[in-house]
Design a protein around this ligand. Sequence first.
Ligand code: GAP
Length: 432
Amino acid sequence: MDLFEKITSLAKRRGFVYPGSEIYGGFAGTWDYGPLGVELKRNIKNEFWKNMVTMRENIVGLDAAIVMHPRVWEASGHVESFADPLVECKKCHKRFRADQVGEKCGECGGEFTGAKQFNLLMETAVGVVEGSKQKTYLRGEITQGVHVNFKNVVDSTRVKIPFGIAQVGKAFRNEITPGQFTFRSREFEQMEVQFYVPRDDQKSMEWFEYWKEERKSWYESLGMRKENLRFKDHEALAHYARAACDIEYNVGDDWKEMEGIHHRGDWDLRRHQEFSKQDLTYFDDATKENYLPYVIETSGGVDRATLFFLMDAYHEEEVKEGEMRTVLKLHPKLAPYKAAVFPLLANKPELTECAQKIYKELQKSFMVTWDDRGNIGKRYRAQDEIGTPYCVTVDFDSLEKGDVTVRDRDTMQQERVKISELENYLHKKIAL
Ligand code: GAP
């Protein structure tokens, strides 16, 4: 089994990710996040927000509508750019206009899918009267909701260029060949910052470099191994881009795109200004000039980050001779549960009572879980497999001495910690 298969199977078995609409035979390119997946994904989004918005003075947040005016997608170039007959390489997934390719993919020699005249944007219809509904699209990227609000944000807050607007949310694409678990889905989430900078080629390229480094270090700060990350410059640029680079993740036999850093020039604001006939220029107090700023974009896939954090954390280890364990060494900040609480024995009410008290107390500060089935060894294995960094066991000594055993997921070391100190102890360890 390769790592993709192992992760897909673990994700289903332990409640991280299920195939979408499974009882109806599935629905290609859609996935449902289960009780553990929703925690992991939310932790990733929260860490993104904390790093990009909460801890920075020059980035503010936004949450725009998914369904927007259809003109937005004409202005953005999506309607035009995706309206050609396309083929997609079955191997490297690069898309080409059918009339511009030979029999095999020029990039990797793979076979093509049949040519299709289709739009990558998902169509939808809005309105209540059949026949006069307005056709529009589910957003193909979360980006445009930010650019159409550029003026609103400038006018209603105190931001000054350089500044950014962050957004996290769903995007939809009619991918020709969805696949590789959640890697290429038709409904997925993006986490982005559109960072507006002066119209200056050199300065804007400095910001581009800055954001490349910032974003790569963010993944590393949450435990992704350095050797599994690299930059890959785009050779062919998208219609809007002046420079583009991907942060790629090493999936073993291949490198895969996880996040894109793009220099979008003034493409978006210029096009929206043209199509909406509104003045979207920015007035610079210092230079007394009106101009359309350039934009550096960081655009990450939340589902891809979730998948690659899982892959990076996945380990199979020999615990002692002949005994293996599967362990997700997720950063504690990302782990679905920060701790699991057990009574040593399930049939001793005094242990259960004490452990329940601790469990309820910890719930106020952390996502924690409870387990009193089977023996301790089995419980440890079950928690290792879902990445719980600490297991707290209440035994008979706990009742007398007021302390518990805390077992560390990665080192498997155990130490006694005072019940009164437990919350502090976990806070420090997890560094929330
Ligand atoms: N606003 C720019 C933009 O959307 P993109 O390279 O098309 O750029 C950015 O997408 C990120 O969104 C990708 O790096 C990837 O992580 C994620 N993404 C794109 N298409 C996806 C899909 N079909 N399934 C899952 N994630 C996807």
